[in-house]
Design a protein around this ligand. Structure first.
Ligand code: SF4
Length: 373
């Protein structure tokens, strides 16, 4: 508990850990699996030492919340191809450059002469398009509902300014269909979810009613410190003790029931809901966002005639099982041997929010799932 106390109010932390223990006692004989659906939560849980204070029958497992990790390898191959064969200038967030595709990474494409630039926001890519009218600037639109509104705004701006050399290659994803796919996987048997804070600011907490009503699982929205995560876990366990399943929100300072209406409206204005392929999870119905027909001129997929990307892990890599929470990164035979943040074999070792990268950083304290319950 020492790591936790360093970051949090010690008295409040002790109270929450005590409540967690009491609720876990009432569920003794059962192993409870709580999934955090957000890479930032994965990092927080390790930074704040939460795994060390969990009762023996409670497992906190990581889900598909890291945008870089869930983008399939074939998408990266397609982006590299655009840069190498179609003379497109690819713009992307830094993490994506190092993610291995099926055959190539963006860093490798760059070393072969492809134009690949790291941008901090989609607005930087838009500005590049303004300054380089003769070049196709392709922005790699990855991430969940948090990063989608800025992409939508940039696409609208490009249309207003008639910037026909600005394109978005959308791999934007929706989190709820992914949670639904996990709930329908009998191998996983997830007992409750800590819902992601950032995404919930946009989509709101009301939409998780599907999880509690259809699948009868508690779902609690939490912010990004250890105390919030402890509160969420206590709330989930108390619901399980009472045999209830409902949505709770312990991050009410930022997350409203209805979400951010303006952000949701602009997503809806620019994107259509579509099936989408995820790394490790296959194609999930209605889990992606594609540009609407009226924005086709700004859609890299249509302009270059790109098919749905393939998904294949590098040999030996178990990112798919890590993303689904079937194993922890420690159970991948390549972890910390052939696969390290400095030489990542799979996507989950690249981003700071990737489970393998987080476990690598905190590996002295991490435990495999099989060590519990
Ligand atoms: S440790 Fe590396 S190879 Fe193993 S699952 Fe994670 S990213 Fe893939």
């Amino acid at each position: 508990m020492s790591t936790t106390e360093r970051h949090l109010n010690p008295a409040e932390t002790r109270r929450l850990v005590d409540m967690l223990g009491k609720a876990a006692d009432k569920l003794s004989g059962r192993t409870i699996k709580i999934m955090e659906v957000c890479g930032t939560h994965t990092a927080t849980a390790h930074q704040e030492g939460l795994h060390a204070v969990l009762p023996g029958n409670i497992r906190l497992i990581s889900g598909p919340g890291c945008p870089v990790c869930v983008t399939p390898g074939g998408y990266i191959d397609q982006a590299a191809q655009l840069a190498l064969e179609e003379n497109a200038h690819i713009t992307t967030y830094g993490d994506m450059v190092r993610v291995p595709g099926i055959t190539i990474s963006m860093a490798e494409a760059r070393s072969k002469g492809a134009a690949v630039s790291v941008v901090y926001t989609v607005q930087d890519a838009l500005e590049m398009a303004r300054k380089n009218p003769g070049q196709k600037i392709v922005f790699l639109g990855i991430g969940f509902e948090t990063t989608t509104p800025p992409s939508a705004y940039a696409i609208k701006t490009a249309r207003q300014e008639k910037l026909d050399n600005f394109l978005v290659f959308s791999a934007h994803k929706r989190i709820i269909p992914a949670m639904q796919a996990l709930l329908e996987d009998p191998e996983l048997a997830i007992d409750g979810f800590i819902a992601p804070g950032h995404v919930s600011v946009i989509i709101g907490s009301d939409c998780y009613a599907l999880v509690s009503q259809k699948y009868k699982r508690p779902c609690v929205v939490a912010g990004f410190d250890g105390q919030q995560m402890l509160m969420a876990m206590v709330a989930i366990l108390m619901q399980l003790v009472d045999r209830e399943a409902r949505v709770e929100n312990v991050y009410g300072t930022r997350v409203k029931g209805e979400g951010n209406i303006a952000a949701l409206e602009i997503i809806d204005e620019v994107f259509d809901i579509a099936d989408s392929r995820w790394r490790g999870l296959g194609t999930i119905p209605k889990s992606g966002l594609e540009l609407k027909e009226e924005f086709a001129a700004f859609d890299a997929r249509r302009v270059f005639g790109l098919a749905e990307p393939e998904d294949r892990e590098p040999s030996g890599c178990r990112c798919g099982d890590v993303i689904k929470g079937i194993i922890t990164p420690l159970e991948c035979p390549l972890f910390a041997r052939r696969c390290k943040p400095s030489e990542p074999v799979g996507a989950c070792m690249v981003s700071r929010e990737g489970s393998c990268s987080v476990y690598y950083q905190y590996r002295k304290h991490a435990k495999p799932l099989s060590s519990k319950g």
